[in-house]
Ligand binder design. Sequence first.
Ligand SMILES: Cc1cc2nc3c(=O)[nH]c(=O)nc-3n(C[C@H](O)[C@H](O)[C@H](O)COP(=O)(O)OP(=O)(O)OC[C@H]3O[C@@H](n4cnc5c(N)ncnc54)[C@H](O)[C@@H]3O)c2cc1C
Length: 414
Amino acid sequence: MKTDVVVVGGGPAGMAAAYEAQKNGAKVVIIEREYRLGGILNQCIHNGFGLHFLGEELTGPEYANHWIKKIEEAKIKTMLSSAVIDVKKKGDQDVLLTIENEEGIKKIHAKAVIFANGCREKPGPAINLCGDRPAGIYSAGEAQKIVNIHGKMVGRKVVILGSGDIGLIMARRMTCEGAKVLGVYEIMPTCGGLARNVTQCLDDFNIPLYLSHSIVKVCGEQRVNGVIVAPVKPDFSFDLKKQKFVECDTVLLSVGLLPETELLSGNNLEESKVTNSYVVNEFYQTTQKEFFVCGNVLHVNDLVDNVTREGMKAGECAAKFVTKGLPQRNKIQVLFDKNIRYVSKSYVYKNKDKTSIFFRVSKEMKKVFINAYSDDEKIATLFKPVVRPGTIEELVIDKQKLKSNLVLKVEESL
Ligand SMILES: Cc1cc2nc3c(=O)[nH]c(=O)nc-3n(C[C@H](O)[C@H](O)[C@H](O)COP(=O)(O)OP(=O)(O)OC[C@H]3O[C@@H](n4cnc5c(N)ncnc54)[C@H](O)[C@@H]3O)c2cc1C
């Protein structure tokens, strides 16, 4: 089988990418390993999706259905229950994808591939969680799936390690289902999730958040019977004099997400050590021109609205790439200062358009200006009362103002 663009993954990034790619003249196929489209949204039954993009607060499945309807109306070819297991570049504008489903192994040739295959949760061993390994230790997303999709409880007395958004949302969800959440323990001095989730999921339910704290040891034989927790010193060692035992039967881990990049490996792409993914330009195109990346496989997003926007842009650009080519003159690298952890796109092109750059700051700062400079001249600025590593920021750059370079800085106001 041959097509113009294959989209790997049918979550919000993949659906938006496929829709725009087809709208821009490409023949598209979405390949999704689950039996339905929607991705992680299907298990997120809370509201808070689509506020910016659709102007209403939908649940995850409602937001997914908005896009599923569009995919169906546009008659975009979709292969469900089919996993892409290998992707290899064969020649110019020829990529060979190997797909496995119940019919066996299939091969598809595409002129471009959009990777929109999301991310996965870090498990306990990835953070050297010490102690026993009894039943009752789950990643927060796994617990969310068991509770929301399979309708089963995972425990009654819960400790949550890590303050990522999934952990915060599960603290509220477990409480609503009748469990007692004893606390969220976060090793860093700031919360990893969105400020709105701290208010709505912890404060409103009187669930304590212990910053600069972590689990020293998990205890229990058959089932978790408690954890030893302690404050964490600035050098990240435990203050064991203040350690204490917290009785619980369940530990949920919300300690970070990792982009699912394995499919792209072996294709000689420039990597990003910070995002654990690949470097892209403003078209969401990697250093291998047939490969585009968007959504959580590019960098872990906290708002689905941004994921959708990234997907749409990647889809539009992949279609232009296969139909008429992308304008790639006057390439400029996006540089940034130490207050910024990473930027979503590493290269932009000087032309008449505007482009949005998403990024995360490296520490919490108050009353700051986010400034963009080109040849030392300020070309964009944005005031923020507070910026936190847990929240993605966005700066719009008018590329007509670009000279020979682009540097983003987060600067404290005097
Ligand atoms: C628990 C949780 C709560 C959230 N809450 C909010 C919220 O309140 N508001 C908000 O705006 N955002 C929220 N978000 C963020 C937002 O929903 C996600 O960032 C977004 O869903 C990511 O979309 P994606 O398409 O990149 O990835 P995913 O939704 O993960 O989709 C990736 C898809 O790729 C498929 N796939 C993976 N590998 C393969 C393969 N090899 N072959 C075929 N298919 C494959 C997967 O099955 C999946 O369907 C939340 C996220 C989480 C995890």
